[in-house]
Design a binder for this molecule. Sequence first.
Ligand code: NIG
Ligand code: FE
Length: 416
Amino acid sequence: LPLAMSILITNIKELIQVRDTNVTIVKGSDMKTLPVIKNAYLFIEHDTIVEYGSMDDYQDIDADEVIDATGKVVMPSWCDSHTHIVYAGNRVREFVDRINGLSYEEIANNGGGILNSAEKLQNTSEEELYQQSLKRLNEVIKLGTGTVEIKSGYGLTVDAELKMLRVIKRLKRESLAFIKPTLLGAHAVPKEYSNNKSAYVDLVVNELIPKATEEHLAEYIDVFCEKGYFDLDDTEKILKAGVAHGLKPKIHVNQFNAFGGVALGVKYDALSVDHLEEMNKEDIEALKNSNTMPVALPSCSYFLSIPYTPARQMIDAGLPLALATDYNPGSTPSGNMNFVVSTACIKMKMTPEEAINAATINGAYAMGLSNMYGSICRGKKANVIITKEIPNYQFIPYAFGENLIDEVIINGIRLD
Ligand code: NIG
Ligand code: FE
């Protein structure tokens, strides 16, 4: 990896998401506020944000490199708290099948979907899987993402799940992005267990979780809690086992059906509950006064043409909300957080301030990282985006589909 040094950024039009150390989550009406310093400077040493302020108060700083950010916005990198970027091949055939009239559910029932990706992954070497995944990770880093959660879940055998987790571990070691690993053994019921789902749940509980934690390959435990996948009983068994092995829950719930998955997640003190396209009153009530971050994945709603998470209702009820990509081959073949933020504004009626809070500080919270990432703060890691010249930060979601990023600094290193 290249050597970090000191970088001074001057004449910043708007330095956004500037917050005190003690702010690690933003909820409800507070999400409408995005703290900004106009005409600002920012000083980075090694991998750390050291100083910032108004150019009016600027006093000479000796830096290895100076970046003139006249007309540009500087902000913390995106924090993508939900991805499946380790996968083999693609599912472009299913994309075309859906255009021609099949539903996501029909495709899955015909042996496509997650099982299709599992078969591909089982037949791909660890090295090849790493290379394919690294390429995707490097692309999302260029799009401004600095911290990424990555799930297993396309292995669906003990060996293939461990292979995925080892690839995630290697990405964590060898990439500039900060990565958090999640064990999603219960992503779908493998073919061999189609008439014996409980035996697969037992395998996850009795073999996969112990092995993965013994090798320190995961920090979080995930389950696809959904009709036709894993029900509340299965989910509870797996969460219990995960928690007993020191894993914190972070689960897929309410993508197609609402039947109590949110409350179950809260009961096990989940760090996050994700998807939430289908939400009822009880789900919102369950999240109040909890430490669980609700996470919306608008690119998934966009790609599958399913409802968007009711962000307005949730934020107006005082809840926090995070935004993530869900980057995966089946429901969201895109890891572009800029698109996620635009789509949240356009389709979920989130304000630019709310969407940026959701994609930075709250995303960091949903990975247990908001003490180190997600805002411009002295002592936090130097992960920043420098935009092209734009009128103001609201332009970021407004100019949807356009790449407004001029430069990315990740871990104190200028990416070129
Ligand atoms: O988060 N919902 C479950 N898992 C993924 C999609 C999996 C796939 O289709 O490969 C998701 O959308
Ligand atoms: Fe997902």
